[in-house]
Every structure is written in C-alpha cells, then in structure tokens.
Design a protein around this ligand. Structure first.
Ligand SMILES: [Zn+2]
Ligand SMILES: [Zn+2]
Length: 262
C-alpha cells in the first residue's frame, strides 16, 4: 500500500505526505510548524508516524518549517549531499542522511529514488517512491522537462507535476519586474501550464494514470486556468482528461485528495 497526499502546494509553501502501512514521509516542510501540524490533523496524519523528511531544495517555500519539525519530532532528514553543510546549519539536529543525485535508498518499506531537476537553487531534486508494485513521483520547481525527469516519472502511477504559471498572465503581471519574469520563464525557473500539459502527454504514453498539478503561482495562475490549459492541450493530442488520464490540482495551504495505491 502506498499513499500520496499533498498537504500544501504552491509558491507560498509545499508539503506532500507519502505513506505506507509502516512508514510516513514528508516531502518538504515549506510552511510554519503550526500550519503544518494543522494541515496534518485535517488529513488525519499523526506527526509521530512520520519516519523522515525528504527535502527537494533549500528555497524557503520548501524548508520553512523543516527545522522546527525535526527539532520537535526528532526525525532524520534526507537531503542532497552537496548542500549538506549549509542545510545542516539550518536543520540543527543529526542524524541526517546525505543522498547522491540519481541514487536509490530505502526509508522503512518505501524505496526512494532521486533525480536532478533544472532549477535555480543550490540543488534541486525530484523523487519517486515505491512500495511493492505501487509508485508515485514528485517533480516541482523544474525550469524544463528533461529526459531524466520523464524517465523517472514514467515508472509511477500517480505524479505531482509542476504547473506553475500561465505564460500570458505572467507576462502581463505589472508587479513582476522583467528579471523575475525571465527567471521564472527560464530553463532553471518554473514549468508553465502549457509545458506541463506537454509533459503530461508524454507521461500518458508511459501509462501514468493520475497527475496532480502542483506548485501553482498564486499571482500568475489559478487552479481552473491550470486545469483547463492542460486539459485543452491534451485534447489537441487526442488525450481525454477523465478518460485516458486523470488530472487533479493541488492547492496552496489546503490538503489535497489522498491517493492510495495497492
Ligand atoms: Zn524553488
Ligand atoms: Zn518552490
């Protein structure tokens, strides 16, 4: 049995729960500890059941509450080894585990694989989690879809994939300076709705059946816009949402649907 549930997803804070019958993992703790615990309570997840934290990268929307969670519940953190020194200062308590990119390790009965993604942080990893025949994957904060990301996600039944912004909405946003727009739109920024749709059409060919759109920008996207853009792009490829593949949208600071795979 393998569960995946987003507890919060978006530019203001990310937390995803991965669970099996005896193992609980939080991927990123990008909200305050109090907000994290509130969302976990809403999702009926006992914080004492968490075996480990797995961190994608060091931006605050992914680690804001990580140190407090680790201090309170004394769980190990799995992070990319090249960032160990900096993050060790941030996370305070040992023992932590330093993972190599494109490596595989186990947490309880869950096999975890990580892979590099293109993002303007010191490091950024995507992850897949496997238990028995069930596998789920997470890839957000990706400036571009790559063959490595696709190859890793292709093993999964359920995938959380970034659908960060609508390109026109971002370009028309007067509150965003040009440098920031260039950063978001660049190869080391964030994946747009249309690029997400393009990636999903490839995941469909690999038999991924459920995609959860994640890490939506609150300023340059809406859940409906992301969903409709992806759905319409898939339709141009002859792929029908709700029949050939299912699309869900993860929300900011709100728990998402729980997917339980046998
Ligand atoms: Zn980031
Ligand atoms: Zn982020």
């Amino acid at each position: 049995m393998l569960k995946i549930q987003t507890l919060s997803s978006g530019s203001a804070g990310n937390i995803t729960y991965i669970g099996s019958s005896n193992t609980g993992i939080l991927v990123d703790v990008g909200l305050s500890l109090s907000m994290t615990l509130k969302l976990m309570a809403q999702a009926n997840i006992d914080p004492h059941s968490i075996t480990a934290l797995v961190i994608t990268h060091e931006h605050s929307d992914h680690i804001k509450g990580a140190a407090d969670f680790v201090t309170k519940y004394n769980v190990p953190v799995y992070i990319y080894n090249r960032y160990a020194k900096t993050l060790r200062g941030c996370l305070k308590l040992p023992p932590h585990h330093f993972v190599e990119t494109e490596s595989t390790f186990t947490i309880g009965d869950i096999t975890v694989s990580c892979f590099p993604v293109s993002h303007d942080s010191k490091f950024c990893l995507g992850y897949t989690f496997q238990c028995g025949n069930a596998a789920v994957g997470i890839a957000t904060d990706i400036g571009q879809m790559t063959d490595i990301i696709l190859a890793n996600l292709a093993r999964c039944q359920v995938v959380v994939l970034e659908s960060n912004h609508d390109i026109q909405k971002l370009n028309a946003n007067k509150d965003y300076p040009d440098w920031l727009k260039r950063r978001i739109l660049g190869n080391r920024g964030h994946l747009s709705n249309i690029d997400c749709g393009r990636a999903i059409s490839k995941l469909y060919q690999a038999h991924v059946s459920q995609v959860i759109l994640g890490h939506l920008s609150e300023k340059n996207n809406t859940p409906l816009l992301a969903y409709e853009t992806v759905k319409q792009f898939l339709a141009t490829q002859g792929i029908t949402e709700g029949k050939d593949i299912y699309i869900d949208v993860a929300l900011q600071s709100k728990i998402g649907n729980c997917y339980c795979l046998e």
